[in-house]
Design a binder for this molecule. Structure first.
Ligand SMILES: Cc1cc2nc3c(=O)[nH]c(=O)nc-3n(C[C@H](O)[C@H](O)[C@H](O)COP(=O)(O)OP(=O)(O)OC[C@H]3O[C@@H](n4cnc5c(N)ncnc54)[C@H](O)[C@@H]3O)c2cc1C
Length: 285
């Protein structure tokens, strides 16, 4: 299947890319790994008149530590993160581990962190991780740069706060999360998750003193679950009983879509099981 005709432009630098998309108007789109945009064009779900190819902007491809922070360049591929050495992701192992859930290897070797965040799929691992770990999404546009807190970035079904000519430059994870985990369920290996659960626990002296729970596949955006987070903040012993209660609280709190595909009750039962499992994995890390 082929995409509809489009004009192709190769960007030389970030400023040139954003200026060109601004000049070409709303019918122009950035092209990164092409693993979401090209299939959408092939299926006629998107018909941009112009693509501005940013894939060769090498300055946007990096994985860097600075003190406690982890910086991931927008063009860093899922596979580059998946195969990062221990020292560069220490404390952020959840980010590296989550990559294995994304599609298949050929998709992970082309698809990028920035492309995934910009695409804004509510089950995408990058979007869940960004909300879970309070990441900052750094962008550039002809109006300058800005920092978007991940918690404010996702507005609705495949809709983000990004302006059409605003390019994600990097995503910054502000502090290590040694007790965090992401797990999910899909019908087949490599498919998008039906439901995904990500958990970040604060653990001290065998007790859970706080935590964050983020779900994919139950709402148009990655969803935090305050009812489950409240349980994690109560200082209870870190054990299977607490984690099962957390799963139940999350399942009761969500209002997932009732099809097409898996129904609401099925998604709720996945939430119950996956939140508990993510808590166990986060504690064991
Ligand atoms: C079969 C299949 C299975 C997949 N399974 C999963 C999965 O399980 N989990 C998952 O998360 N993803 C999955 N994906 C999608 C994949 O992760 C994509 O790589 C990702 O969604 C988009 O990244 P990209 O670099 O390919 O972006 P592109 O497809 O090039 O672009 C996607 C969108 O983002 C915009 N964009 C790209 N880069 C930037 C930037 N730096 N700044 C601003 N806008 C930008 C583009 O204009 C476009 O609108 C799957 C894809 C396929 C084909």
């Amino acid at each position: 299947m082929k995409p509809p005709p489009f004009g192709y432009h190769r960007a030389r630098d970030v400023a040139g890319a954003t200026a060109l998309v601004a000049e070409l108007g709303e019918d122009a789109k950035f092209l990164a790994g092409g693993q979401s945009l090209i299939p959408m064009m092939n299926f006629r779900l998107a018909r941009p008149a112009h693509l501005v190819d940013i894939a060769r902007l090498g300055e946007l491809s990096f994985l860097r530590r600075d003190d406690d922070r982890l910086h991931v360049g927008a063009l860093t591929t899922h596979h580059e993160v998946e195969s990062a050495p221990d020292r560069s992701v220490r404390g952020f192992e959840v980010v590296r581990e989550a990559m294995r859930w994304i599609g298949h290897l050929p998709i992970r070797t082309r698809g990028t962190a920035g492309g995934s965040l910009a695409h804004g799929d509510a089950t995408a691992e990058w979007c869940l991780l960004a909300v879970l770990l309070d990441a900052e999404i750094v962008t550039a546009s002809p109006r300058g740069s800005r920092v978007i807190p991940a918690g404010e970035a996702f507005l609705g079904f495949f809709t983000t706060l990004l302006e059409p000519d605003e390019l994600i430059v990097e995503v910054v994870f502000p502090k290590p999360a040694p007790h965090a985990a992401l797990t999910e369920f899909a019908e087949r290996r490599g498919d998008f998750a039906i439901v995904a659960a990500a958990v970040d626990l604060d653990v001290a002296g065998g007790r859970v003193t706080g935590g964050r729970v983020v779900l994919g596949g139950v709402a148009p955006v990655p969803l935090r679950v305050p009812a489950a987070e409240a349980l994690l903040g109560a200082g209870e012993r870190a054990d299977a009983e607490l984690f099962a209660a957390c799963g139940r609280a999350a399942a009761e709190a969500v209002d997932p879509p009732d099809g097409p595909g898996p129904g609401a009750d099925y998604r709720r039962s996945l939430v119950r099981a996956l939140v508990a499992r993510a808590c166990e994995e986060a504690l064991a890390r």
